[in-house]
Structures are given as C-alpha cells and as structure tokens.
Design a protein around this ligand. Sequence first.
Ligand code: DOR
Ligand code: ZN
Length: 350
Amino acid sequence: MTMMLEIVKPDDWHVHFREGKLIKLLVRETSKLYNRTIVMPNLSTPITSITQIKKYKKEILNHSLNKKFEPLMTFYLTESLDVDELIKASKNNLVFAVKLYPSGATTNSAKGVKNFKNIYPILKKMSEENIPLLVHGEVNDKKIDIFDRERIFIENILFSIIKEFPDLKITLEHITTKFAVDFVERSKSNIKASITPHHLILNRTDMLEHKIKPHYYCLPILKKEDDRKALVEAATCGSQNFFLGTDSAPHNIDDKESECGCAGIFNTINSIQMITQIFDNENKLDNLENFLSKNGPIHYSLPENKEKIILNKSPRPLKFKNYLENDDHKIRIFSPPFPIYWDIKSEIIP
Ligand code: DOR
Ligand code: ZN
C-alpha cells in the first residue's frame, strides 16, 4: 500500500479571492498550498482595466504567505472591453487570461456577454496574441433547463467560437458533464478543461435528497452520477486534457443558508488532500501529479513548479476545521462525505 508520495507542487487554475477583508483570509489559505493561481475577475466592479489589476494584485500579494506565490490575473470579458487596454496589459505581463461569463450565469456576471458575436473582434485579437480564454460554459436562458445549460452552451456558443478561432487557447472551466468530457477529449490540443474537487465528489442527489444542502450548491450545478463518474475517469486516467481548478468560491454563511442562497463552494483548505484521496480510492495515484501539477502548466505553456510536496497517508482520518472566520465573515469549509487520510507532510525546495 502506498503511504508516501512525492509530487511536483500543484497550482490552482481557478480561484476567487473576493474583496475587502476576505482577501486576506483567502490568499493566506491558497498561498499555503499552491504556487500559482488564476484569479477570477468577478468582483462587484468587474476587472477590466490595468489600474484595477495592479491594485488587486498588490492587495493579493500583501497577504501571501509564500514567497513563490504568483497570482495570475484576469480581465472580465464585456462586450465593450477595451482591446487596446487588454493588449497593453498582456504585453506588460499584467494580465494572464480573459474570463468569459455569459451574462447572468453566475455570481457578479451581470456585465458578462449577452451577444456572443459582439466579442468576436476581441477573441480575434486574443487568438493573435495567444491570450487564453477562460469560459464559464453555461447559457443563461430561462427556456433551457438548468441541468442542460452546459451542453447547450457547448453546442450553440462554443462550437461557433472554435470554428471561427481555431487557434484560440480555451479552458472550459469547471466542467460538470460527460458531454463536456467527451467534447474536450475530441477537441484539438488548444482546448482543455478544469475540474473542481466538488464536482468530482458530489452529484445532484447528494445536494437534494432528504434535506437540501445549500453548501453543496454551486454553478454549474451538480449533475447526475454518470456525469460525476465521467469526470472522475477524465481526471484520474492520466489524460493531459484535464487539470485542477478548485473554483473555490466562498460566500458568507448567511448568504448560503438563505431563502435565495448564493452559488459557490469554498474548498481550498482540504483541496489537495481530498483530490489525493479520490485518486487513491480509484487506485490511480500514479496519475495524481498529472492532474494536480503537470497538465495545467502544459496547457498554459508555463514551466512546472520546481518545488515538490510530500504527501503522507495517515492511519486515521484527518480532521479539518468547519469554518474560516474573521470579524465580519464566516465561511463553511467544504467537507466531503468520505474520510481523508492524505495530508501534506512537507515541501522540498530546490
Ligand atoms: O458556484 C459558483 N460560484 N460558480 C461560479 O461560476 C462563480 C462562483 C462565485 O463567484 O460565487
Ligand atoms: Zn469560479
């Protein structure tokens, strides 16, 4: 039985650091575990300018506990995004990628895209400049059932984008369906997908049966067990097409346990540990490093981290705290419905 593992230090390719006093709490936790992370731009005022990026990045770095920590910043794609500003930011290494939210699809996405043809001139430039497009792949359409929104987005929106811009580097983020897995498997090498811990662990029945669990509510919404199994197979099979993006997206407990609860799961603190446990449960620990530490850098044309971490399987399940708190915030930490034995023992710095 494997009890120790040494892997290249992981990165988190999708995280929300929010704003105000929350930034400190969240950055500290992420920087303890990861070297790089792609920072989502869906603040109450979306990030669309160099001034905003510089300010936000500085604030983030102020709270890092890791000298190597590198927040990779993103612009929020609006139909009126200033392309010159984007290109200038990219050429000066201030922006790493651009995030596409269909308008209204999720938290703080009202300023997102309504008419996708309107962003084609921006996508053309991004393709020429090799700026990655990060996609929240769900249509926001009352006529489309919430469980079908990822598939319909791929069929109706993403297919056209790919046809028009075959060389654009695209990440289909936080995929949730077998349909999305198959789509990525069949796509060209410039289209890859990130997968969250919670979508690997939960299905919609977990969220809804007997009593509703607001802390399992996220977007894209949890799908069927067959979909979850397809995600686990995709993540654990060693394919280069899939990598970790935690989509760790905290909301205050009052906003989750509410008549109109927010979408988002905060999973940073035990993310690497539970992913390792999933791979162990599947007998696929040999492929863990690909998913956590290698596939992301390959997709984004970045070097893999030089540091390594040592994971250790303890004889007893680990205990994690339930909440992350400060004076103003109380955030539920995601707890998977199975025991976690894998812990991070140490880091090897070259
Ligand atoms: O569940 C989610 N929460 N999904 C998203 O896409 C956004 C996120 C958030 O920002 O709260
Ligand atoms: Zn997100």
